[in-house]
Write a protein that binds this ligand. Structure first.
Ligand SMILES: [Zn+2]
Length: 326
């Protein structure tokens, strides 16, 4: 399977929205979208997304005419789907306004918790809105001179209001590597999972960490695995990616092979435990309830599933569905 197909299976990664990035400079075109009656707003209040959680959980978008006209300047153009333009609106501390905008039955929820209940298109739209409104919130002032910035180009640029400075600030995302490390081949293959202190009991996941300035992705993979688990890896191979706007990451999924499997946890105790699981050990620990895996919407789960299902597509999903809910 190629990277594009792997990524297409990741949650928050649907490509159904046309970002129309070339149109962000076209003020008349954007204005026409702001005036179009079918255009919709995706509100984000304190990084929470507006959803209805009934028998059919769904994202809630709003028509533009429910907004105070003064709010239009704060809208961020997200893109178009089937002829409908979508805009994000970050509401931050404005609780009364946020509550007034929520239709009956809808409320603001943490997307990480409720994303899996929504469709992939809706989840991806809310993830995009959450990520870019968070970036705006963190860039209201110029990092160069400290003066305020203003939003331009449909919300995909902030420019310092100080004429002498004029610094331009573009939306950023923070790259993080997440790695499925294996040792051994075929039936003897084992994968390395770990847990930091404070996680719910029994929860283990793939190892991950942020890419540092001046570092390559492969360098970050090798460094993180060595730092966290004391394991030296090679055969670092890209798998897929996932927007992870909690608050602003792009998860870059890799596989890597351990040169030698001895685990030695780092002195800073970034992880409280890391251990190897064969497929049989993973299945029996899941069945006994001793082990929990990360949320199924996460790339961490997808990487584990990719390894577990190597010869039997759907095997991990079928195993989890056969277990009683916990
Ligand atoms: Zn400035």
């Amino acid at each position: 399977m190629d990277n594009l197909r792997h990524t297409a299976r990741n949650f928050f990664a649907a490509a159904t929205l046309d970002r129309a990035s070339a149109r962000r400079l076209d003020a008349a075109w954007l204005q026409a979208r702001l005036d179009a009656p079918q255009s919709r707003v995706v509100p984000v209040w304190r990084q929470r997304s507006l959803v209805v959680l009934d028998d059919e959980p769904r994202a809630v978008t709003l028509p533009l005419d429910v907004l105070d006209p003064g709010r239009r300047e704060a809208l961020v153009f997200l893109g178009e789907a089937s002829g409908t333009a979508f805009f994000a609106l970050g509401l931050e501390g404005d609780e009364a306004e946020a509550r007034a905008l929520a239709p009956a039955g809808a409320d603001y929820h943490e997307l990480r918790d409720v994303g899996g209940l929504l469709g992939e298109d809706a989840g991806s739209l809310l993830a995009y809105a959450r990520a870019i409104t968070f970036w705006h919130r963190r860039h209201r002032h110029c990092g160069e001179c400290g003066r305020p910035t203003r939003s331009e180009e449909g919300g995909h640029l902030r420019v310092c209001v100080d004429g002498a400075c004029g610094a331009k600030h573009f939306p950023r995302t923070d790259p993080a590597v997440i790695v499925l490390v294996t040792h051994g081949e075929g039936a003897a293959s084992r994968c390395l999972l770990g847990r930091p202190p404070g996680w719910v009991p029994g929860l283990y996941s793939t190892l991950a960490g942020f890419v540092e300035p001046g570092e390559t992705l492969e360098g970050a993979v090798v460094r993180e695995i060595r730092e966290e688990a004391g394991v030296v890896v090679d055969a670092v191979t890209y798998h897929s990616s996932q927007p992870w706007p909690f608050p602003s990451s792009l998860m870059l999924g890799f596989t890597a092979r351990a040169v030698e499997p001895t685990v030695q946890l780092d002195a800073d105790e970034e992880l409280e435990d890391a251990r190897w699981f064969s497929r049989d050990e993973l299945a029996s620990a899941l069945t006994s309830g001793e082990l929990r895996l990360p949320r199924r919407i996460s790339i961490a789960f997808r990487l584990i599933e990719s390894w577990y299902d190597a010869d039997q597509p759907g095997a991990l999903g079928a195993l989890l569905e056969s277990l009683p809910p916990r």
